[in-house]
Design a protein around this ligand. Sequence first.
Ligand SMILES: Nc1ncnc2c1ncn2[C@@H]1O[C@H](COP(=O)(O)OP(=O)(O)OP(=O)(O)O)[C@@H](O)[C@H]1O
Ligand SMILES: [Mg+2]
Length: 242
Amino acid sequence: MKLKVENLSCSYNGELVLNQLNMSVKDREFVSILGPSGCGKSTLLNILAGVLAPDEGSVYVDGVKINGLSPHFAYMPQQDLLMPWKTILENVTIYGAIHHNKKMVKKQAISNFKKFGLSGYENRYPKELSGGMRQRAAFLRTALCGADIMLLDEPFGALDVITRGVMQDWLQDIRSDLNRTAILVTHDIDEAIYLSDRVLILAGKPASFKKEIIIKADNRNREWLFRQRDLHREIYYYLKKF
Ligand SMILES: Nc1ncnc2c1ncn2[C@@H]1O[C@H](COP(=O)(O)OP(=O)(O)OP(=O)(O)O)[C@@H](O)[C@H]1O
Ligand SMILES: [Mg+2]
């Protein structure tokens, strides 16, 4: 197992939000988490990323217990946190700047601008980019940080339905290139179906995982996704139940 979460509990001001969560993710598996607003999805990612300490429980990567921040996780938080005073190139190489291998990360970044649909924008500022481009820049920054597990919190949540579709197609296309383990939090059932090997439903107060849906399909595309109506319906009713 790449990632293992054991009996994880977390509370805010004495109120339990996550209750005894258990979860395992295989190496290079893509797992989506769906669940009602406020159930604790971002809380879970914050704990995995090491920016929030749980009350109880443990996180293991490759069998080794993780305490706090760890180089295994690349986190793309719910808000795209591009720094408005820095260019796109400076923004996406920020982790390199922090970890002192700036030159290498810069080279790597430049070679990825095309794949991320950002070529020509290296020296522009975030305000000069569209919403979708900003999301791709935030995504590129997350991918460049070199970690083996990507934590993506509603990466396309703020986009219009067409742009979101384009971004999902793009992620579907580069998924095999990225070659990482990923945990995606989303409210979009189709996004979860399209991109995931497995979908988990987190619900309840305090929250725990209520359902697991395994999706086996190679060569997915939009047409394939349109045909997944029964699966969409099944997931919709699971979500509605909690
Ligand atoms: N820093 C905090 N202090 C106190 N309560 C918090 C804090 N962060 C989150 N909460 C509470 O914990 C619960 C879970 O919040 P969280 O942000 O994890 O939900 P979520 O599932 O990500 O929701 P959404 O889908 O709306 O992003 C909510 O009830 C929220 O009010
Ligand atoms: Mg959230």
